[in-house]
Design a protein around this ligand. Structure first.
Ligand code: PLP
Length: 500
């Protein structure tokens, strides 16, 4: 059972009358908060059981063991856990998550990691190799994304979220120094990744959300109207995580350019797909540094760059902008200190593995991987559309979101999960998506997906009254009016995750 399911399950276990009770803003009445805690505690006990499947099955520790364990014992336990988890992602039952996953590639990356496991790019004098790898990853990515012959630079980060956080912090500091903006605002389509909202919270940047059209692409007119004297940056996705839609980056970046504000293309998901898709002749609208208004981009090497998890690239038009990302300290007794990103010490081995992924796969490898993924996605898209009860949202290349007018799509999701599939349940609007990776290009996987989906739809249609375990819960999580309470629950859920 997926973690998201458990979460929605948790919400569903709360008594609806209790929820309404909270909704009436009675939280501050004496006794109520104890009551809330009581309700939480009960469901948390259940949740804990379901997210801790290894409890009592393996040795567990809340203190460092007095005498160290044998290497062999540790390795045996880890192999055992891997065995239980592996087929789920390896056989292609999961949306996104593992983007390459072929054993030969994994073995190679592991070898590279082993060679570089002690490396730390913070110490450029000790590991110049790490700096070489990082500089070249950035250069290769910039060139791939239309930066050739232009002053495009950047840094490596730990993932898409960090790339986005860094870029937004950079614009905040840039706008404060260059334009005197002290109440910064960013214009962000509602479909942009949650990392932008995270940046807004972390760095005190006000988010102005703009809607998307019927094809899930950002509304350019709304973006135009949203610009104020405090706007520092506008954002577009290529493509968006929920529906795989590519925002009208040409128009949006031009608008930003005219107003002298930054424009960030979030190509975390598509950065290592769209350039190759374009070369393969797919209709890819412009999204990268070939557009003069695009001033920064994020592209995840740990997604379709096929590196190990833990790397992403953030790029800027011009060294000046990049300088606003850097941190320097001249007064610290620890000496002159400087770092390009949020972290201090960093895993040089992951940078090495990333470099090794890019250079071992090569343009030809990326082209053929992209071709396989897009062909598989196209077959899946067509197969979904051929199911009369379902409808693909927009016209995506490789993230296939689908909805239903006649069926509860969450019940379909439910039924699919009984067939081992971990799809993403989305809301606003209610739909489900599959992000197609190389895992799904293995022989028979797409066919199995479509066959299972047809069966799931037929099942839900034949049993309209059947209460799926999760379906009502999904629906409720999407429509629950008390967002503060949903948020509280998510925090409690994280507490459970970190409970030893
Ligand atoms: C995955 C993703 C991100 C964030 O990436 P993480 O690596 O999970 O931090 C940002 N934007 C889009 C469109 C993504 O798909």
């Amino acid at each position: 059972m997926s973690i998201k399911y458990m979460l929605f399950n948790l919400l569903g276990k709360l008594n609806p009358r209790f929820l309404i009770f909270i909704e009436k803003q009675m939280k501050n009445i004496p006794g109520v908060s104890q009551k809330i805690e009581g309700e939480y505690a009960e469901v948390m006990v259940e949740l804990e059981k379901s997210v801790k499947p290894y409890k009592n099955k393996y040795d567990s520790f809340t203190q460092i063991p007095a005498i160290g364990r044998d290497y062999a014992d540790i390795l045996r336990d880890m192999e055992s856990m891997r065995e239980q988890e592996e087929s789920h992602w390896k056989d292609g039952f999961i949306s996104g998550a593992v983007y390459h996953g072929d054993q030969r590639h994994i073995d190679f990356l592991n070898q590279v990691y082993a060679i570089n496991s002690q490396s730390n790019p913070l110490h450029a004098d000790v590991w110049p190799s790490a700096n070489k790898f990082e500089a070249e990853i950035v250069a290769m990515t910039a060139n791939m994304l239309g930066g050739a012959g232009q002053d495009v630079c950047g840094t490596l980060s730990s993932g898409g979220t960090e790339s986005i956080l860094l870029a937004m912090k950079t614009y905040r500091d840039w706008a404060r120094e260059k334009k005197g903006i002290t109440k910064p605002e960013m214009i962000v389509p509602v479909t942009a990744h949650a990392a932008f909202d995270k940046a807004s919270q972390y760095f005190n940047i006000k988010t102005i959300h703009i809607p998307v059209d019927e094809n899930f692409r950002a509304d350019v007119n709304a973006a135009k109207k949203a610009i104020t004297k405090n706007t520092i940056v506008m954002v577009g996705s290529a493509p968006s995580f929920p529906h795989g839609a590519i925002d009208p980056i040409v128009e949006l970046s031009e608008l930003a350019h005219q107003h002298g504000i930054g424009f960030h293309t979030d190509a975390c998901l598509g950065g290592f797909v769209l350039p190759w898709a374009e070369k393969l002749g797919y209709p890819v609208p412009s999204f990268d540094f070939r557009l003069p208004g695009v001033t920064s981009m994020s592209a995840d090497t740990h997604k379709y760059g096929y590196a190990a998890k833990g790397t992403s690239v953030v790029l800027y038009r011009g060294q000046e902008l990049r300088h606003f990302q850097y941190y320097t300290s001249t007064e610290w007794p620890g000496g002159l200190y400087f770092s390009p990103t949020f972290a201090g010490s960093r895993p040089g081995a992951l940078s090495a593995a990333c470099w090794a992924s890019l250079t071992s796969i090569g343009a030809q490898g990326y082209l053929s991987a992209t071709k396989k993924i897009l062909e598989t996605a196209s077959a899946i898209k067509q197969g979904v559309n051929e199911i009369p009860e379902l409808r693909v949202l927009g016209d995506p290349l490789f993230v296939i979101a689908f909805a239903s007018e006649s069926l509860d799509i969450y019940k379909v999701l439910d039924t699919m999960s009984h067939k081992k599939w971990s799809l993403n349940g989305l809301h606003k609007p209610t739909c489900v998506h599959l992000c197609v990776t190389l895992r799904h290009t293995q022989p028979g996987v797409a066919e199995r997906f479509l066959a299972d989906l047809r069966e799931a739809v037929a099942h839900v249609k034949a049993h309209p009254k059947e209460k799926g375990a999760m379906a009502p819960v999904y629906g409720m999580a999407a429509t629950l009016p008390m967002r503060g309470m949903v948020s509280d629950l998510l925090k409690k859920y994280l507490d459970v995750i970190f409970k030893a």
